[in-house]
Ligand binder design. Structure first.
Ligand code: SF4
Length: 231
């Protein structure tokens, strides 16, 4: 017969002990629209970078897409420049110089990249702008979220997410359009897209929706907080 298990004494509890959570419950953040010189500059940079990003794949140069990274043919076309696999050392050089420039500008002038050109910043700003256009500024969004679900609330939320999804999908198509001729890509939607094209359009689109939409409506990471937004 086995001997009984030894009794473990119950932990002693201090009479005035208070139980508290180690993690704070996530709170919804409602950023206000921010105005001023730096906000205007940010919008100028956002408009410029997005016109370049969305427009460049549509630009035709000498009868072909001006910028096309043709992985299948192992050739990168950048206007008149054609890079072959043996030229990738130049591409590596450009990437290293870009990374070092980023370090330099951040050390000298602060979070220039973070504040003006990081895709996280750009798409969060863009998605917050869409949210403001549809649901209104901070006060109206807070009031809307506190209201019970109604046809109006469902309509506003559906419109917001519908526009966000459309922007995100178009961003995914544009991204893939740098690797597949974009006119052929758009003409092939949706039934004749290859498996990889479908995957990357959806993956990039989902990443944009998750990052831009997620930050705009919920988590508001440090990126948003550093812009002077408030709860
Ligand atoms: S901290 Fe935010 S804004 Fe800065 S680089 Fe990272 S993701 Fe971009």
């Amino acid at each position: 017969m086995s001997s009984p298990a030894p009794r473990v004494p119950a932990p002693s509890v201090e009479p005035n002990a208070v139980e508290m959570d180690l993690y704070e419950v996530r709170k919804t953040i409602y950023p206000r629209a921010v105005h001023g010189v730096f906000a205007t500059w940010r919008w100028a940079v956002i408009i410029f970078t997005q016109v370049v990003f969305y427009g460049l794949p549509w630009l035709v140069w000498n009868g072909r897409q001006a910028v096309l990274f043709d992985l299948g043919a192992r050739r990168f076309y950048i206007f008149d420049l054609v890079l072959w696999p043996q030229d990738f050392i130049f591409l590596t050089g450009i990437l290293i110089i870009s990374a070092l420039s980023l370090f330099l500008f951040t050390a000298v002038a602060g979070r220039l990249w973070c504040g003006y050109a990081c895709p996280q910043t750009v798409y969060t700003e863009l998605f917050m702008w869409i949210e403001r256009r549809i649901e209104g500024d901070r006060g109206k969004r807070m009031k809307l979220d506190q209201q019970p679900w109604s046809a109006r609330k469902i309509g506003l939320k559906a419109a917001k997410h519908g526009v966000w999804i459309a922007v995100a999908l178009w961003t995914g198509i544009t991204f893939v359009g740098y690797f597949t001729p974009i006119k052929e890509l758009v003409a092939a939607i949706p039934s004749r897209l290859s498996g990889w094209e479908t995957f990357w359009v959806l993956f990039y689109g989902f990443a944009t929706y998750g990052n831009g939409g997620g930050c705009a409506s919920r988590c508001a990471s440090t990126c948003v907080r550093t812009r002077g937004s408030s709860r």
